[in-house]
Design a protein. Structure first.
Length: 407
């Protein structure tokens, strides 16, 4: 911002004020202030662009490649072709993209707001259960018992739907639940936790206890969510067979679109004034309060938005994987989500995407070849990454540059 001060009324080179005349109306500026006629510049940091020309170009190319290439490779290319994308590969990549959405959601509250949540798997599972309720109602009379009720309710001798199942046979009501239920749970929890100024490791432990309690609740058969088996054996979605290659391709492309929109929304938030305040909460909440800001509203906003993103990721996850059960709420899943963010690089948005794909790729390899060693490897990652790569994979170029500069 440039402020131009008015120029002196006297011409350049004019004689000094004569004796007896009035003094000049413009006093001499104090030290550190720009002299008269010189523009004064306030050193305010410029707002970062959303993506930049290179970022937008890469994004557009990526969207075109995926949007055109995936349907061609999965639907048009013959199964004998090397370019054919099998149903297993399509489902696996779609699942990893759902994980990446959840990782970005966690990065918003941990990487930018400084809140380490070990309970985000709860919001992921709540969105998945809302979608699962709709898919169970879509089975209709095609179930094993041919009843209007889901099979597990018939098996448990239920005679009517619980009140919270009402309306779940309508797609848009189910999608409303996908957004509203995680948002309400997150807002209520966040309001009492943040208002009480619970921080640090104590908040992390409370979030972990919250998801563990919810997991135990959903394991009970009388809650009406399928007990330890959860929901499975889905038949169709919006009238289309859920296992049809065309349906799987559409779900894949929809997941990719949500992943892109999540990244753009995240970039818009962190580069806005809201993002600056949220980052200030992470770096110095007490100083922010001294300046007159109330952190509660900002924490609640970013926390609730993050929970909604996790719920949407869970809703996209269920029809592609074909099952949802209480194990998705386990504290171990939330810890894995934090590991994805730490490995990729927290506070970057793109890093959690890389971390989700890298860690889950390693998980697929270890569970297929060395299943008994996976948890040891996961623990090793959790210990070594903060020590050796405090900024994750995204911080490797800067780390190499510092080492080259020190030589």
């Amino acid at each position: 911002m440039t402020i131009a001060t008015p120029a002196s009324s006297s011409a350049e080179g004019a004689s000094p004020t004569a004796p007896g005349s009035s003094p000049p109306r413009h006093p001499v500026p104090p030290s550190g202030v720009a002299p008269t006629g010189t523009p004064f510049t306030l050193a305010l940091p410029e707002r970062q662009p959303l993506l930049g020309k290179t970022g937008w170009s890469v994004l557009i190319v990526l969207v075109l490649v995926v949007g055109i290439g995936v349907p061609l490779m999965s639907l048009v290319a013959p199964e004998t072709s090397v370019f054919h994308l099998s149903a297993y590969s399509l489902t696996l990549i779609g699942k990893l993209m759902c994980y990446a959405i959840g990782a970005m959601a966690l990065d918003l509250v941990w990487g930018y707001c400084g809140i380490l949540s070990l309970g985000h798997s709860l919001f992921f599972a709540l969105g998945g259960y809302a979608m699962g309720m709709y898919l169970m109602r879509e089975i209709g009379h095609e179930g094993k018992y041919g009843s209007d009720l889901p099979d597990f309710m018939v098996f448990l001798d239920w005679h009517s739907l619980p009140w919270y199942w009402k309306g779940t046979d309508h797609f848009w009501w189910a999608m409303t639940l996908v957004v509203v239920v995680p948002a309400v749970v997150a807002w209520v929890f966040g309001y009492f936790a943040f208002r009480s100024r619970v921080k640090g490791v104590y908040l992390s432990i409370i979030t972990q206890a919250m998801t563990f309690a919810a997991m135990l609740l959903f394991f009970r058969n009388e809650t009406g969510f399928g007990g330890n088996n959860g929901f499975t054996d889905f038949k169709q979605i919006l009238g289309a067979p859920i296992t049809h290659p065309g349906t799987r391709t559409i779900l894949f492309l929809l997941t990719f679109g949500v992943l892109v929109l999540t990244y753009i929304a995240g970039r818009a938030i962190v580069s806005s004034k809201l993002g600056r305040v949220v980052t200030a909460i992470r770096d110095g909440e007490s100083r922010l309060m001294f300046l007159g800001y109330s952190p509660l509203a900002y924490k609640l906003a970013i926390w609730t938005f993050s929970a909604v993103l996790c719920g949407i990721a869970g809703a996209l996850y269920v029809p592609q994987v074909g099952i949802i059960n209480p194990s998705e709420m386990s504290p171990g899943n939330s810890i894995e989500m934090a590991i994805w963010v730490a490995v990729g690089g927290r506070g970057t948005l793109i890093g959690p995407i890389i971390g989700a794909f890298a860690v889950n790729g390693a998980k697929s390899f270890f569970t297929a070849n060395f299943p008994e060693y996976w948890l040891f490897f996961l623990g090793l990652i959790f210990v070594l990454v903060p020590l050796l790569l405090p900024r994750g994979i995204m911080g490797i170029p800067a780390l190499l540059n510092r080492k080259r500069g020190g030589q």
